[in-house]
Design a protein around this ligand. Structure first.
Ligand code: FPP
Length: 273
């Protein structure tokens, strides 16, 4: 193979791998290219890079989290407008307790502040707020804010906005296993009835479709204990953009990239949904 051919082959493979190289850069152009019939039903986002974004600017990490809330605000609005069914964001993991106390407190305060500031607009736009994770282990003020938001928006039929709070994929599987084991011990369930559907129905995300698309900004390529059961066939989208810089255009680029992948679900090209 000649050098030119080799370079072109490598380039094609790289484009296929990253999926984002040929994505239009202009919002209007992307909007025209997006297939409204193939909008992902569920998008999951690991809102990563806040700390690095702030440190690059000589600011404390909490400054980055604050800036990240602005991105969240814009992305929730955009998802609702695009008629995405579910948006799940990783706001606080079971591992995030290991961070300095000040940072943990700042994150808890941002959550409460965000809910009370945004609730009217979210409710007006028919967004339904939900949460997953061990929310009962969060400070009282956070539990109160989350319950208030859930109850106030429970009947809304727009975007399901799912906040992953004190969430860990492994602890979700522990809680799921315990819930099923309890039913088996109480003779409510025979062991033989345990299958993939039954496990899915006992997850925190019961009733929600699995994510079609996972977005991880900031250049890292990890799952970080996020939705480990649910991501089995999800398309991953990575970008070097840090979460505080992530805007509607970046979301559109991710959706466009997703629509240009072929999902085979373990089957063969063109033969499986
Ligand atoms: C990861 O970035 C981000 C988090 C642990 C928290 C995400 C929280 C927000 C965007 C704001 C608060 C949320 C709500 C719902 C109001 P990182 O700090 O690990 O970034 P790094 O990898 O650069 O250190």
């Amino acid at each position: 193979m000649g050098d030119e051919k080799m370079v072109s082959k490598i380039w094609e493979l790289w484009k296929k791998y990253r999926g984002d190289i040929n994505v239009p850069t202009d919002a209007e152009q992307i909007m025209q290219s997006i297939d409204r019939d193939k909008i992902p039903r569920h998008i999951a986002i690991i809102m990563d890079g806040n700390g690095r974004w702030a440190q690059k600017r000589g600011m404390p990490r909490t400054f980055g989290h604050k800036a990240g809330v602005e991105s969240l605000r814009e992305i929730v609005k955009a998802c609702n407008e695009l008629k995405i069914g579910v948006l799940t964001v990783y706001a606080f993991s079971t591992e995030n307790w290991k961070r300095p106390k000040d940072e943990v407190n700042a994150l808890m305060n941002l959550l409460v502040e965000y809910i009370y500031k945004e609730i009217d607009e979210l409710d007006q736009n028919k967004v339904q707020i939900r949460s997953i994770g061990r929310v009962h282990k969060l400070p009282d003020k956070c539990q109160k804010a989350v319950s208030f938001a859930r109850e106030r928006t429970a009947d809304n039929d727009g975007l399901v906005f799912n906040l992953a709070l004190n969430y860990g994929g492994r602890s979700e599987l522990v809680d799921t296993t315990r819930a099923i084991a309890r039913k088996v011990a109480d003779n409510q369930l025979p062991i033989e009835s345990i299958d993939e559907q039954l496990i899915t129905a006992h997850l925190y995300t019961a009733g929600l479709p699995d994510p079609d698309l996972l977005i991880r900004p900031s250049g890292d390529y990890r799952i970080s204990n996020f939705l480990i059961w649910q991501l089995a066939y999800t398309e991953f989208w990575h970008t070097d953009v840090m979460w505080p810089d992530f805007r509607r255009l970046d979301l559109l680029r991710a959706i466009y990239g997703y629509q240009n992948r072929e999902r085979r679900f373990g089957g063969l090209k063109g033969k499986n949904k």
